[in-house]
Design a protein around this ligand. Sequence first.
Ligand SMILES: Cc1cc2nc3c(=O)[nH]c(=O)nc-3n(C[C@H](O)[C@H](O)[C@H](O)COP(=O)(O)OP(=O)(O)OC[C@H]3O[C@@H](n4cnc5c(N)ncnc54)[C@H](O)[C@@H]3O)c2cc1C
Length: 459
Amino acid sequence: MFDYDLMIIGAGVGGHGAALHGVAQGLKTAIVEASDMGGTCVNRGCIPSKALLAAAGRVRELKAKSHLQALGITVGEVNFDREQIARHAATTVAKLRDDLSHSLQRLGVDVIQGRGKIAGVQKVQVNDRVYSAKDVIIATGSKPFVPPGITLDGKTVFTSDEGIRLDWLPQWIAIIGSGYIGLEFSDIYTALGCEITMIEALDQLMPGFDPDIAKLAERVLIKPRDIETYRGVLAKKVTPGSPVTIELGNGEVLEVDACLVATGRVPLSQDLGLETVGLSPNKRGFIEVDDRMATGVDHLWAIGDVTGKMMLAHAAAAQGVTVVENICGRNRSVDYLSIPAAAFTHPEIGFVGLTEPQAQEKAQAEGFTIGVGRSYFKGNSKAIAEGETDGLAKIIYRQDDRTLLGVHIFGLHASDLIQEAAQAIASRATVDQLAFCVHAHPTLSEVLDEAYKSIMRAN
Ligand SMILES: Cc1cc2nc3c(=O)[nH]c(=O)nc-3n(C[C@H](O)[C@H](O)[C@H](O)COP(=O)(O)OP(=O)(O)OC[C@H]3O[C@@H](n4cnc5c(N)ncnc54)[C@H](O)[C@@H]3O)c2cc1C
């Protein structure tokens, strides 16, 4: 009696994950997309930024003459072609966008091009047609947040949406915001020879990261590079042009060649017809959901950035799978504690679970104490062999049941290393159980092995 069992509004990574799992469960599924298949991650986020970071990382490595000489390697002049780096990012995007579209078509998901809107309970309007669906998922994602006072022109003052195109390399660029997007772009721009002024409104750089990691990352990723920093300072007014002018809260005026605004993202929850089912977004525009991703309106679910729960691609996909499981009658919720995150700087940052201040807060509220164990890349044989010894693995655990609360890694391949810790948290393993898991030698993963063992030895 319904046109579809499942209709998904938004074909980003979240919508895609839900659609694939939906058809796998035998649900007649349609996905509605107003713009580019693949959404932010594929077109303007994870994928192009990582393609740029791959090229910029190689340039940085080849220019690190003393590091290479220590390995017995001499290189001549290192040149790069900005246009080709940008093309590499663009072709990677095109390939992954095609792969994503084909995977949906191959599996029998109906792709409907157009803007989707809720048109009542179990109804979705696209263009002039209203479809009925037993269950509906809103997966409309987010867009860059631009604070008041900042004017974009897309050329000299821009967000990551334009930054990932690498249209030009400004000699001097201001980056507003020191979250992971600002950090990744600073990694790209400094490797390619740009000077940076990083402006952070809060008193601490990289405020979302564990303080120990932020401190070490600042020592390695910021201080030795061409990056000047302002912290606790607001960029009050930014005017595009040549030069771009930036009026700071402390009265200073900067003149730079370009400005990247990386001040977070806001949900795309407007004009979605939510009022037709009596739903309204919260004050910040996010659609509120419980851990099963239910909105509170029967048969209406929301996933991904639009919920503001954890604005990461794999979190969105996991939420999509969770919805389908619940639709199929298998009660499932998302375990946010075990979802890892990474910044793909050189070296990388990987983390999962709580930061130390968050863990302290939880411990105080719930009446337990936490323990912290650390190990360093400079004591790891593989890191020493690689000549890449900057790094730290930090483990935060409960003293009572000895399960992990958070793991934070800064160092070579941290984005891959963190997965083991995510699995450990997902299975609620104890540090003592983990200390008996054998790690291959010599590998970077022994950094975690050593951290677990040091905790076990200390108690
Ligand atoms: C520069 C950058 C780098 C990033 N790097 C990473 C990373 O390395 N790892 C990571 O995990 N995350 C990363 N992210 C975050 C990640 O991209 C997002 O968390 C993820 O894309 C969210 O997925 P989503 O499905 O919720 O939304 P989106 O990917 O934003 O997709 C939503 C889709 O819905 C469509 N849509 C919106 N409204 C409608 C409508 N009414 N009708 C039809 N369609 C509609 C949009 O066009 C869009 O295609 C990055 C983001 C940025 C900006």
